[in-house]
Design a protein around this ligand. Structure first.
Ligand code: ADP
Ligand code: MG
Length: 685
């Protein structure tokens, strides 16, 4: 008797070799085998009559072989098997390339299903290399056929035949993790039905039911795992921070906080007062003003006698935060040490930074990866903040947190994800949203133009500079390249120097420059010693020069929408009207369509959802690619509604039975533990 843990070699037709190949797909046991879900389906269920075939369309027909198949040897490496098939509406000429064996396996007078692309004309129907099988077998035609991801040595047919056997052996012993009540309440099918129809769907409706059930189960187990993690977290205690009157801070700010900013600060402070570690995501579109939130939380820590640190994804940004924080401290009359630590500092500078880190228990620390990569020991680290989280992996955040003794964690991100999804993606974090931009801000004006517009664009830049403003010009490349077409910063800056009036300083910035040089250039730009900065995307994240009002992007069609949105976010940060000029050098329709989305909207959420529609969920802002979240079947975008249902159900169940010890929840508990171990270790939360 086979069970779910039985080795796949139990299946007829799977020997040593194939078992090895299957191993590459992660299939070792019957459980793995039947849980290996198709990546797509081909609906071959409908059959047509020969007369109804339309050249160019793919379809299946049931037809009788009218004459014995013939074989002709055209040349070395090319054999043709030909036959004529008929039904009562017409004839179909079928040709197979290099499948000589079909000559003897297709018999005159018998009916087969031919499935393929119809060719020829409406009067002379033809098919080349169709899928063929005897009528009634319904293995690869006449049904919705699953398509599995493959590897060398494993074909679709081998997989589906093996899975057929696997299901026949195990269907009756599949444990159903979902209690009957839950199943009925959410109208979910039984587990046997789900496994059967995810592999061998009886109909499109059956497939839908199966998919929904399995996605629900997966998201349900995932959410229940996270909930348990969350409840476990609350057991930890840290010394609560005391009360500091924030009104003093708020009043000393150079601007009034938006309501959203204020709410986020208060939420973070409430977490830190609670006596359990904060674990919060602060999400807000570019320009919503997240830096000041980090500063306020850090200043509050310092006031309480604790260290705090913020990690930025680039040296340029770290340097900038460092200067901002120093200025803010001055403004507030606070005498907290602000310490910078980045990878490009000299050994001597680093050494001095380390010493200060150990010495000052109330320091505000700003840095890059160096904060975790190098070997600083922190005196008293109570709060860690990561800025622009999408540039960091979950693991890095974790490593950073380990530098303190259960420090508070605040993650700042501009990645626009709907709240329901964020809850999942960021695991067990609480979420604050900065859903408002400072009131006096004028919306950025956009345009998408072709290269003929350049002279006008340069004149426009010159004009803005004359008014005292500054401009960014973005090129995709650093220097001229043989392989890649596109503008490069080196040549482009020379052109601009010639094209723009002589009084205008043009600077160059790119990733291949030394860090100290980058900082120097950025500094000069911030001080308006440089008016036009020609740069690669190194300025993409976080950089803040409010006096810049023009963002000119060359080869805009080369960049992703998210990236363009981030780049554009470098302007529109001050009171003056800002502009984004996207130059599209491509004639492709899709490029135009994509850029039109940005042209229409400055709203990161809207752009993300449009991007999703254009590209499909697999590629949404790279979140999926990050590998942090891999479900076998559920798709957090497509199954957002199922996710909602599942998480509500999880709440109900855990309220009634927090430890899942009731008899009906027995399998659930077991499965949950297993799932938690697998999934959560993968996500390394
Ligand atoms: P991001 O959310 O993209 O990190 P920043 O924190 O860099 O945005 O803020 C963008 C600009 O807006 C900065 O120049 C900042 O000083 C300014 N700013 C932040 N909050 C406000 C506010 N409430 N009113 C006016 N300006 C603000
Ligand atoms: Mg920022």
């Amino acid at each position: 008797m086979a069970d779910l843990n039985t080795d796949v070699r139990y299946i007829k037709g799977i020997g040593e070799q194939r078992a090895k190949a299957l191993g590459k797909l992660g299939i070792a046991t019957l459980r793995d085998l039947i849980s290996y879900f198709p990546r797509a389906y081909d609906d071959r269920s409908a059959l047509r009559r020969i007369a109804d075939l339309v050249p160019g369309e793919t379809a299946g027909v049931a037809a009788m072989v009218a004459s014995p198949p013939t074989i002709s040897h055209i040349r070395k490496g090319l054999d043709l098997v030909k036959l004529r098939a008929v039904d009562d509406t017409g004839t179909l000429d079928v040709t197979f390339f290099n499948q000589a064996w079909l000559k003897n396996s297709l018999h005159q007078g018998e009916t087969y299903i031919f499935y393929g692309r119809a060719e020829g004309s409406l009067l002379r129907h033809q098919m080349a290399n169709p899928v063929v099988e005897p009528e009634g077998r319904r293995e690869v035609t006449g049904r919705i056929v699953p398509i599995y991801p493959l590897t060398a040595g494993v074909s679709q047919l081998i997989l589906s035949r093996s899975i057929r056997q696997g299901l026949d052996a195990c269907a009756d012993i599949l444990p159903d993790v979902l209690p009957d009540r839950v199943r009925q309440h959410h109208q979910l099918c039984r587990i046997e039905y789900a496994y059967e129809n995810i592999h061998f769907p009886e109909s499109a409706e059956a497939l839908d039911l199966a998919r929904r059930r399995l996605a629900f189960e997966e998201l349900f187990l995932f959410t229940i795992g996270l909930e348990r993690l969350r409840s476990r977290r609350e057991v930890v205690h840290v010394p609560p921070c005391g009360g500091v009157d924030m009104e003093l801070f708020y009043r000393a700010l150079p601007f009034t906080l938006t309501d959203a900013q204020r709410r986020c600060v208060e939420e973070a402070l409430a977490d830190m007062r609670s006596g359990t570690p904060m674990n919060r995501l602060c999400q807000g579109d570019v320009g919503s003003g997240k830096t000041i939130l980090a500063f306020l939380a850090m200043a509050w820590c310092a006031q309480n006698g604790y260290q705090s640190a913020i990690m930025a994804p680039t040296e340029v940004l770290a340097q900038q935060h460092y200067e901002t924080f120093q200025k803010l401290c001055e403004q507030f009359g606070l005498h907290f040490p602000v310490i910078l630590l980045t990878g490009s500092m000299t050994a001597k500078q680093k050494h001095s930074a380390y010493e200060r880190l150990e010495l000052y228990e109330n320091a505000l620390i700003v840095g890059t990866h160096a904060l975790i990569q190098e070997k600083p020991t922190y005196a008293n680290l109570a709060l860690v903040i990561t800025d622009e989280q999408h540039r960091f992996g979950v693991r890095q955040r974790e490593e950073f947190a380990q530098k303190g003794d259960m420090p508070h964690i605040l993650v700042m991100s501009a990645t626009p994800i709907p709240r329901t999804l964020a809850i999942i993606i960021y695991g067990d974090m609480d979420i604050s949203v900065v859903d408002e931009v400072p009131a006096r801000r004028l919306p950025i004006k956009n345009c998408v133009v072709n290269t003929a517009y350049r002279p006008k664009a340069y004149a426009f830049v010159a004009d803005e500079v004359k008014k005292g403003h500054q401009a960014y010009v973005i090129c995709p490349l650093v220097e001229a390249s043989e392989e890649t077409q596109g503008e490069n910063v080196i040549d482009y800056s020379k052109t601009l120097m010639e094209e723009l009036p002589s009084g205008i300083q043009v600077g160059v910035l790119h990733g291949k420059m030394k860090s100290s040089k980058k900082n120097e250039i950025m500094q000069e730009f911030a001080e308006n010693k440089i008016q036009v900065l020609v740069s690669t995307t190194v300025v993409e994240v976080g950089v803040n020069v409010p006096n810049a009002t023009v963002m000119l992007i060359e080869n805009a069609d080369r960049f992703g929408l998210a990236q363009l949105h981030q780049l554009r976010g470098r302007v529109g940060r001050g009171d003056a009207q800002s502009y984004c000029i996207m130059i599209n050098a491509s004639s492709a329709k899709t490029a135009k369509k994509r850029l039109e989305i940005l042209n229409k909207s400055n709203d990161g959420f809207f752009i993300a959802s449009e991007d999703l529609k254009l590209r499909g969920p697999g590629d949404f802002f790279g979140i999926r690619q990050s590998g942090d979240l891999v479900f076998a079947l559920a798709d957090i975008y497509q199954d957002a509604a199922v996710l909602q249902e599942a998480s509500e159900e999880v709440k109900t169940i855990l309220e009634e039975d927090p430890e899942l010890t009731e008899p009906g929840h027995h399998i659930l508990q077991k499965k949950m533990m297993q799932f938690q171990e697998e999934q959560l270790s993968k996500m390394n939360l």
